[in-house]
Design a protein around this ligand. Structure first.
Ligand code: ASN
Length: 299
């Protein structure tokens, strides 16, 4: 029940903060003809995309609403957020990471014409406001779990992924997270086609992950987006060489051809945030209905 109280506080405060910052809340979608491919990425462990066949149409379950966020901005909205359920059918070995779920909710947001730095500063302000409310209004729960949320610096430390990989190797996330006592950013990850590659510096990606300290690991990922038709097309074609089924994204490309709004955003994993606040051993421990890869669903 403590986890539900903290989850409720996180959701309530997040909605207040995003709305006060000028965001409009959109309803999530769960079924679509397209979803986030989550790769190609050798580190991804999604074994298949959930899908249903309905009236002769194949519809996929939302892995994230990233592509729909971009399409929503095309309709004239400029700051949006969604409490978005995501289904990611992860390999059962991911149970051991402590931070993977096959169904979770993210606070998914996008800002038209924003830079990655604007988004990073917005997230820093959001977490500062959230931690101060949690520390004040829920000190009894935090005390029960032996937790105290850190005093957050005005800007969080920023590291380049390639530097962390050289220093710590493949286990960089876990090792660096254990070493830190405040959340930090890791920038420039080579990943999905929608995260913008700096056109002036190929190989540099304008994206970022927020990593919680004390070994809790990644809690948000986001980016500036590719928005120019030719670049999106080129990125999809590049990923197709590494296994992306480009034919699934023809409708998205057609819409991109009409023009996409430049934007940046990200997604905050709600359960991972609550896990960090409470110091829970596994992210499934803070769910009312556990959805842990490799575990049978009880209800
Ligand atoms: N929501 C993330 C983003 O906005 C994408 C993801 O969850 N894969 O970049």
């Amino acid at each position: 029940m403590d986890a539900m109280r903290i989850t409720d506080a996180v959701l309530g405060q997040s909605v207040l903060f995003f709305r006060a910052s000028g965001f409009k809340q959109l309803l999530p979608i769960v079924l679509s003809t397209i979803t986030d491919p989550l790769g190609p990425d050798p580190g991804s462990s999604v074994i298949k995309t959930g899908e249903v066949e309905y009236l002769g149409q194949r519809l996929v379950l939302t892995q994230s609403m990233i592509l729909h966020k971009q399409l929503a901005l095309k309709r004239g909205l400029d700051k949006i957020f969604i409490l978005s359920p995501n289904v990611r059918l992860e390999h059962p070995k991911r149970k051991e990471s402590g931070k993977h779920l096959f169904e979770f909710t993210q606070i998914d947001f996008e800002i038209a014409y924003a830079s990655m730095h604007e988004v990073m500063h917005f997230v820093e302000d959001y977490l500062k406001a959230l931690f101060s409310v949690l520390s004040q209004d829920h000190s009894d729960v935090l005390k029960k779990y032996g937790r105290s949320l850190p005093e957050l610096p005005s800007h969080f430390p920023v590291f380049k992924l390639s530097d962390l990989q050289s220093e710590y190797g493949g286990q960089w996330e876990e090792l660096k997270s254990k070493e830190m006592d405040v959340p930090f950013w890791v920038v420039s990850h080579k990943r999905e086609f929608y995260d913008r590659e700096d056109p002036k510096q190929p190989g540099v990606y304008l994206n970022y992950d927020l990593i919680y300290p004390e070994g809790f690991g990644e809690g948000l990922s986001g980016a500036e987006r590719e928005y120019e038709y030719e670049r999106i097309k080129m990125r999809i074609e590049r990923d197709a060489k590494e296994g992306l089924d480009a034919s699934k994204y023809t409708c998205y490309l057609e819409l991109a051809k009409e023009g996409m709004v430049p934007s940046a955003g990200g997604g905050i994993g709600v359960e991972r945030l609550v896990r960090y606040v409470l110091g829970a051993p596994h992210v499934g421990d803070v769910q009312l209905f556990r959805r842990v890869p490799g575990e049978r669903v009880a209800v």
